[in-house]
Design a protein around this ligand. Structure first.
Ligand code: NAD
Length: 475
């Protein structure tokens, strides 16, 4: 991996600047949108294992043109200020691109979560949350975190509970964080959302023959050979859906301890279980193991999905990356230098600010659900079913009076009569969002002669919307 210290923000800003250069934006406004508004650093001690341990955490607010601001909390030893600020900036652009009404934020804690027992992690998380809550850096109206690398439903439930303990009369307390478990105010489909969004993004890409041709590919997703880096929350769901629902073949998976490959396609579910029981991909039956996993980023394949962390495709390896289509499931996996090399080669990149926006989209639905205090579909589902019943009954009645009687198949009736529950509504909203955002990027990509890639197009769409918000405020 390239050394990204001090470089990740520079990389995001370079991509931002490239887009701004093609826009009619005053230099003052361009600078205002670009800068990170504030970063709070906190150091706190927790007594664990008979000693006091000091932890360092960050919460960065990139843009407050809309509030609350939104962005995940990452647990990793590599967390540092520049990384958190770059990720917060990406959140601003991402939210604008997929039209979720939030500004951009991000948080991080310097910790290796695998080194601590669950009860210790709970103490550390609650203390970190306490530090942020008392400064309104976690608040349903101002700043709403979510999961990211190293965190998940469990941590979000602790944060939510901590906020509610400290704000006992806030009726909207649960909306202070998203990505909670379903029994603690979460929403169906949030855990899978980012990976599901990657799948929907690829499905939308493959609906446009011109775009497929630009990548030098043809046909549909069926049979496409895919390499995935990082089989965590995002990578695992993306790989699982693409292989079981779209006919893709996952020919290699790159993890921390190396990579495994199989030309016949890996069973990702079995591989995930293997990682969970052994801690890595090594010795996975029926696959070839490669200790230097990052080599597989350069493997011959149709689609490369970096879904681990930033900076894995850099100046040093970009020229050797053979995939004609890269979808950035992780944030910032391709550095600005690598981006230029890949574009020169004709690689099509579906950029992070769009590709992994499924998470924040479903987080938006969860936040709305928490504020409305009712599950999606609760009021409509049975009414919808009753209306469908009226239609089916009438059709069947009419058919009886005809010479040739016909009936509706049981299968059709089962599918048609069933009203949409929360999961179906969430998936429908996510699919609609991913299609719409792709089309808005694509329009700029195809209509403007000076825009040669989806990333620049995505930035232009996002920046235009943010600029319009600032201008409406009179700035
Ligand atoms: P995760 O912690 O669940 O998974 C990360 C995976 O990557 C793990 O399996 C880990 O072992 C692996 N990994 C770590 N370092 C690696 C390396 N050097 N080489 C290969 N594999 C490595 O995290 P996640 O939530 O899936 O997030 C992954 C990426 O997606 C991050 O960039 C994150 O910012 C981004 N993202 C996550 C969400 C979300 O909803 N969780 C939303 C948007 C974007």
């Amino acid at each position: 991996m390239a050394d990204m210290h001090g470089g990740f923000s520079a990389s995001v800003n370079a991509m931002y600047d490239q887009a701004v250069a093609l826009m009619d934006l005053s230099p003052g406004l361009a600078q205002k949108i670009r800068v990170c508004n504030a970063t709070y650093t906190v150091r706190f001690g927790v007594r664990l294992r008979g000693a006091i341990h000091t932890f360092t955490g960050y919460r960065s607010v990139h843009s407050e043109h809309m509030e609350p601001v939104k962005g995940g909390i990452r647990y990793s030893l590599a967390v540092h200020q520049d990384e958190v600020e770059a990720l917060a900036a990406l959140m601003t652009y991402k939210c604008a691109l997929v039209e979720t009404p939030f500004g951009g934020s991000k948080g991080g804690l310097c910790i290796d979560p695998r080194e601590w027992e669950p009860h210790e992690l709970e103490q550390i998380t609650r203390r970190f949350a306490y530090e942020l809550i008392k400064r309104d850096m976690i608040n349903p109206a101002q700043n709403v975190p979510a999961p990211d690398m190293g965190t998940g439903e469990r941590e979000m439930a602790w944060i939510s509970d901590q906020y509610q303990r400290m704000n006992t009369t806030d009726i909207n307390g649960r909306a202070c964080v998203t990505g909670k478990p379903p029994h603690a105010g979460g929403i169906a489909g949030r855990v899978e959302a980012t990976g599901r969004g990657v799948q929907y993004a690829l499905q939308e890409f493959f609906r446009h023959p011109d775009d497929i041709a630009k990548a030098g590919l043809s046909g549909t997703l069926d049979g496409k050979r895919v390499v995935v880096q990082g089989l965590g929350n995002v990578g695992w769901h993306a790989a699982q859906f693409l292989s079981t629902e779209d006919g893709c073949k996952i020919i290699a998976v790159i993890e921390r301890d190396g990579a495994v490959q199989s030309d016949d396609g890996l069973d990702v579910e079995a591989l995930r279980a293997h990682i969970q029981s052994t801690g890595g991909v090594k010795d996975f039956p029926g696959a070839t193991y490669e200790a230097d996993g990052s080599k597989l980023l350069e493997a011959e394949c149709d689609i490369l999905i970096p879904a681990a962390l930033e900076g894995t495709i850099h100046e040093g390896n970009a020229a050797r990356v053979q995939a004609p289509l890269i979808i950035e499931a992780a944030n910032g996996p391709v550095t600005a230098e690598a981006n230029a090399i890949l574009l020169e080669k004709g690689t099509v990149i579906i950029p992070d600010l769009y590709a992994n926006a499924g998470g924040v989209t479903v987080s938006y639905f969860e936040w709305v659900k928490n504020l409305s205090h009712i599950r999606f579909g609760r009021m409509q589902r049975r009414a919808e079913e009753a209306r469908h019943h009226v239609l089916v009954n009438e059709l069947e009645r009419l058919s009886k009076n005809r010479d040739v009687a016909w009936t509706l198949s049981d299968d059709f009736k089962k599918n048609y009569l069933r009203g949409a529950g929360e999961l179906e509504l969430v998936r429908s909203g996510l699919d609609d969002t991913m299609r719409g955002a792709y089309q808005s990027m694509r329009e700029v990509w195809h209509d403007r002669d000076d825009v040669h890639d989806l990333r620049t197009a995505g930035f232009i769409v996002a920046i235009s919307r943010i600029a319009a918000t600032y201008q409406a405020k009179g700035l």
